[in-house]
Design a protein around this ligand. Sequence first.
Ligand code: FAD
Length: 291
Amino acid sequence: MRLPDLFSTQKFVLSIEIFPPKTAEGDQALKRSLETLVGYNPAFISCTYGAGGSTQERTLAWCQEIHQQFGLPSMSHFTCVGSTVEELTSWLSSAVALGVRNIMALRGDPPAGQETFRPVDGGLKNANELVELIRRLYPDMGIGVAGYPEKHVEAPSMDADLANLKRKVDAGADAVFTQLFFVNANFFAFRDRCEQLGIRIPIVPGIMPITDFARIRRITSMCGTVFPDALASRLEAVKDDAQAQFDIGVDHAIQQCEELQREGVPGIHFYALNKSDACVRILDQLIGKAD
Ligand SMILES: Cc1cc2nc3c(=O)[nH]c(=O)nc-3n(C[C@H](O)[C@H](O)[C@H](O)COP(=O)(O)OP(=O)(O)OC[C@H]3O[C@@H](n4cnc5c(N)ncnc54)[C@H](O)[C@@H]3O)c2cc1C
């Protein structure tokens, strides 16, 4: 099922993001997590595309696994990094042949050692160009794009970043999935600005439950996510107690999700990091309200 069909037929579109593991043990652990998470009826599972295209085949293999073993639609992430238009086109045709009907169209981050993003000769500069390419080649493809409630790190201003989001929507995106955030007010302000700009497609908040403070600190410092001082202090106080960190992080995510649901979001995209325990705790609280 494609994104537009999912959003038009389901009141609440729950999605889970996974990444392709690097080892056989990782594959087995991810399968176990998914076996648990499918019990919560996600609308689809998305699978990331490794930095620099490093997981091209594994991303597609996992999309197939999602269709065949779990009976769910997939969304394959896809970036412009390191590929010419010809190579992007060829990968897209492999994805379509394997039954992928939704693509998260991204520019990608600059490869390690590069300060700024530079397309390869014959490649694409920004995600809006990738959306255009996909829409032209596959008019029926479901296309998701990234949105940044707290601004993309490279954007000179929120206005410039929102103008970019509008370009992606005008190029044919079907839904926006946001970068992770911990302050709901920033998401609501972003949603209002999108509304003012005439962005009328679903805007789905991306939630990453904090399960390991040090790891989340690394991730948020890379993507510029605001980390509330009060939450940081509570986590800092239990930095040697993994279970206490997990409990605080999950409780925060539950509060975020409950408020997002009350405010009528069309769904939630969980950055599950291939684990099920935090999502299970959150979904046990929310699921009654998601019907
Ligand atoms: C939901 C989600 C999923 C993700 N999945 C992956 C993944 O699987 N693999 C991966 O490698 N990365 C992933 N990322 C990270 C993403 O690749 C990075 O955030 C990347 O730096 C930007 O990608 P983008 O698609 O948002 O780029 P773009 O939309 O192209 O924007 C990149 C920057 O360029 C600016 N910009 C865009 N167009 C113009 C223009 N015409 N003129 C001037 N400025 C412009 C934007 O404001 C922004 O600052 C994901 C991010 C999100 C939010």
